[in-house]
Design a protein around this ligand. Structure first.
Ligand code: FES
Ligand code: FES
Length: 149
């Protein structure tokens, strides 16, 4: 049994320590906003924050996440008010199919926390999430809108 702290709540989860964190988040904690894309830490669909750092949860084991603060997309607007990034995603019509967007928003939220006014190069370096709908230009616009608000 593993106790994972997700969005400020403790989940007692019955999995092996080497289970990918993404599996535990989706299957055991029932938080399905975090998506499975590639499973090999390449696409970013599964991005969560671990102790505030954007992390691809398919590449982290449950054992490595024990005792750490995990935040998923469901935890961003925990008080019911959208974050600035989430609001910008609506204002700039960023999502298309939406599948990659939870991970995209988690990655962008972490970037803007560390670097409130990123350049295009900073964005290129930090946001390597893959969007098969090609929303990269809208993502960039929304990031600059939050930074310049
Ligand atoms: S599913 Fe984790 S990076 Fe693609
Ligand atoms: S919005 Fe469809 S994959 Fe990104």
């Amino acid at each position: 049994m593993a106790n994972l702290i997700i969005n400020g709540k403790t989940f007692a989860i019955d999995v092996e320590p080497d289970t990918p964190l993404l599996w535990a988040i989706r299957e055991n904690a029932g938080l399905t906003g975090t998506k499975y894309g590639c499973g090999i830490a390449q696409c970013g669909a599964c991005t969560v924050h671990i102790d505030g750092v954007a992390t691809r949860s398919c590449g982290v084991s449950v054992g490595e996440a024990l005792g750490k603060q995990i935040t998923t997309i469901e935890g961003l607007a925990a008080d019911g008010a959208l974050t600035k990034v989430q609001q910008a995603w609506i204002d700039h019509d960023v999502p298309q199919c939406g599948y990659c967007q939870s991970g995209m928003i988690m990655a962008v939220t972490a970037l803007l926390k560390d670097n409130p006014k990123p350049t295009d190069q900073d964005i290129n370096d930090a946001i390597t999430n893959i969007c098969r709908c090609g929303t990269f230009q809208q993502v960039r616009e929304a990031i600059h809108a939050v930074a310049n608000a």
